[in-house]
Design a binder for this molecule. Structure first.
Ligand code: FES
Length: 187
């Protein structure tokens, strides 16, 4: 038996009865608030950016901060793929794979290693501020690339974004789009 919170009776007075009945009783075990605060704190450690006034890393003793906070923290980013639709994507999913899994048909001829530029996308909204070193180097060394497009294999979906796939597989005339990129950004 588990009592999650606000146990009205003297828990220790029930010890003998529990033993007699052969049950294990966990009383006032602090699921919410309690465990929820810990979970919210853990989630914020994993996020780049936190919205809202309540912040369990600063005040994890504060009651009832969690539901409001978790609602915000758990919201999945929306990926709008131009001409295809809008999709909720687990945060930090590699963009090229999010496109692949939701009908965006990106090419990824080098397997996501920032070598081919076939995974290129145009950001219509939500372009990431930062670039991996590999993407920066590739775009700087490719004619007319820097400022024109981004490499979806080097971006992760960590906020809402709207992208257009510039070289869709079905229009490429190629036999396959390339090996599926790994879950983590490479190289
Ligand atoms: S540069 Fe080749 S898949 Fe992204």
């Amino acid at each position: 038996m588990v009592d999650i919170s606000f146990f009205g009776e003297d828990a220790f007075a029930l010890d003998e009865l529990a033993r007699k009945k052969g049950v294990t009783a966990l009383v006032d075990c602090g699921v919410a608030p309690g465990l929820s605060n810990i979970i919210a704190g853990y989630v914020t450690e994993k996020m780049d950016q936190v919205e809202g006034n309540d912040h369990p890393q600063k005040d994890n003793q504060k009651n009832n901060l969690s539901s409001k906070f978790i609602d915000k923290g758990a919201k999945m980013p929306i990926l709008n793929i131009e001409g295809v639709g809008e999709f909720e994507i687990p945060a930090r999913t590699r963009l090229v794979n999010a496109l692949e899994d939701n009908g965006g048909e990106p090419l990824h001829r080098c397997g996501g290693y920032s070598r081919c530029t076939t995974c290129r996308v145009e950001f219509l909204a939500g372009e990431p501020d930062s670039m991996t070193e590999a993407e920066k180097a590739k775009l700087e060394n490719t004619k007319d690339a820097l400022g024109s497009y981004r490499l979806s294999c080097q971006c992760t979906v960590d906020h809402d974004m709207h992208v257009k796939v510039l070289l869709p597989f079905s229009e490429s005339g190629l036999d396959d789009p390339g090996a599926r990129p790994e879950d983590q950004v490479t190289p």
